[in-house]
Design a protein around this ligand. Structure first.
Ligand SMILES: NC(=O)c1ccc[n+]([C@@H]2O[C@H](COP(=O)([O-])OP(=O)(O)OC[C@H]3O[C@@H](n4cnc5c(N)ncnc54)[C@H](O)[C@@H]3O)[C@@H](O)[C@H]2O)c1
Length: 404
């Protein structure tokens, strides 16, 4: 096997819950081969090393001494991400970093700049960016079937069932706080779906009686009068978790269910050409839902129903836009619902690693790279400051573009 086609040797640092998940998800991915794991907790390192038949080490430094480690996956708690990523990049390794890229925008920028200097690939595990439903909405927007959203809303009734009072999640020094630890997924998703960088943010943080902040909300203003609202509430039992992402496209609406999106429903008013385009979609479901590295399970479905002349042929007007749209479209993009969440989640992680392999091989910019990681942490930090101070905060422009 030549050096260019030999699989990238992967060393994983942080053998906790998600490190284990990540390594299971990438098993057998072409172009990648786990070669070692590391964790200061020897019990965890040993368990994960044995599970994948690779050596268990005690530290990042030991991992970086191994010449077979070409890429480092970072699954430590957030506060260690920036220093770990920087050390790996300086040692000439490609990096797959769990979100958030860092707990401060300053550190996120330093990592992004280090990746540029080192000329190494950097992927941030913003799993939503590798989800077939979000990818489909981006494609439908690019094709003009959906107008760019003028409003993004994400309501997240998340679970705190496994987040006991001593968990690092609640400690801002370790996690960065809810906007940074978790919110980054959705700040980045909004940026991708809206196609713009945020301008400013207002936010609120709510503390549970006698306990930590467990609910936060942010209103993020994007250019063009586009508003993105994000609410995260870590207050539910697993079985009571529910999430809804809602996109208002003006004459259409998209509703996406699940924090790992598993089903989307689109309701749209359109004209005759639009109706014909929508009707052809069902036959294009594989291309519509395609994400490199994501293996479909075969039960994915795209169903489109068009009700012709469901509305008046008279011009309809909203926000000053006038259109003749008598036909109503209902499209359902179904990845198998909640039952398929484990599949969709692990395949999204696998697709993110496939992106790392491609970026490392071809020198191309990944879907969720340094720019995504930096932008998301920048708005998360501004949202945290807005909630702390009770004042609107400008979101500094990232002024960073990874080369491809
Ligand atoms: N992308 C996603 O969907 C997703 C989902 C869950 C968690 N995560 C992220 O994964 C990361 C890990 O979360 P987790 O739930 O597995 O945490 P965890 O507490 O279960 O595991 C963290 C592990 O890192 C080790 N560790 C701590 N500091 C270290 C250091 N400096 N160097 C090396 N190892 C160190 C700990 O010993 C522990 O084994 C977090 O950043 C979290 O935000 C991402």
């Amino acid at each position: 096997m030549s050096a260019t086609t030999a699989p990238l040797g992967l060393g994983l640092v942080g053998c906790g819950g998600f490190g284990t998940y990540v390594l299971d998800a990438v098993a057998g991915l072409p172009g990648l081969r786990p070669v070692a794991v590391a964790d200061p907790d020897p019990v965890r390192a040993k368990a994960l090393g044995e599970r994948h038949g690779v050596p268990a080490l005690g530290s990042l430094e030991e991992l970086l001494e191994r010449p077979d480690v070409a890429a480092v996956a970072i699954a430590t708690p957030p506060a260690a991400h920036a220093a770990t990523a920087t050390a790996a990049l300086r040692a000439g390794r490609h990096v797959f970093c769990e979100k958030p890229l860092a707990t401060t925008a300053r550190d996120a920028r330093a990592v992004a700049e280090e990746a540029e200097r080192a000329g190494r690939a950097l992927v941030v595990d913003h799993v939503l960016r590798y989800n077939p439903l979000l990818r489909a909405v981006e494609r439908l927007t690019a094709r003009g079937l959906l107008a760019p959203p003028r409003r993004f809303l994400f309501e997240n009734d998340a679970s705190d069932q496994d987040l006991g009072p001593g968990h690092w999640f609640w400690d801002r020094a370790h996690s960065g706080g809810i906007f940074v630890e978790h919110g980054v997924h959705f700040f980045d998703a909004a940026r991708a779906l809206l196609g713009t960088e945020p301008l400013s943010v207002r936010a609120t943080a709510v503390r549970r009686p006698g306990g930590p902040v467990d609910m936060v909300s942010a209103d993020v203003l994007h250019p063009g009068g586009v508003l993105a609202s994000h609410l995260h509430s870590f207050t539910h039992a697993h079985r009571c978790e529910r999430q809804l992402m809602r996109l208002d496209h003006g004459f259409a609406e998209t509703r996406i269910e699940g924090w790992i999106p598993v089903r989307a429903e689109i309701s749209a008013w359109t004209d005759e050409d639009g109706a014909r385009d929508w009707e052809q979609l069902a036959a294009q479901s594989a291309a519509l839902l395609h994400v490199d590295g994501f293996r479909p399970h075969g039960g994915e479905r795209v169903t489109v129903t068009v009700a012709r002349d469901a509305g008046s042929p008279a011009p309809a007007r909203g926000r000053g836009e006038v259109r003749v749209v008598p036909h109503h479209v209902r499209a359902v993009l179904d990845l198998g619902g909640e039952a398929r969440k484990p599949h969709v989640y692990s395949e999204s992680v696998r697709a993110a690693f496939a992106d790392l392999v491609r970026a490392a091989r071809e020198g191309s910019a990944p879907v969720a790279g340094a720019r995504s990681g930096l932008s998301a942490v920048t708005v998360a930090e501004a949202a945290t400051r807005a909630a702390d101070t009770g004042t609107e905060q400008a979101v500094p422009a990232p002024h960073f573009q990874e080369s491809s």
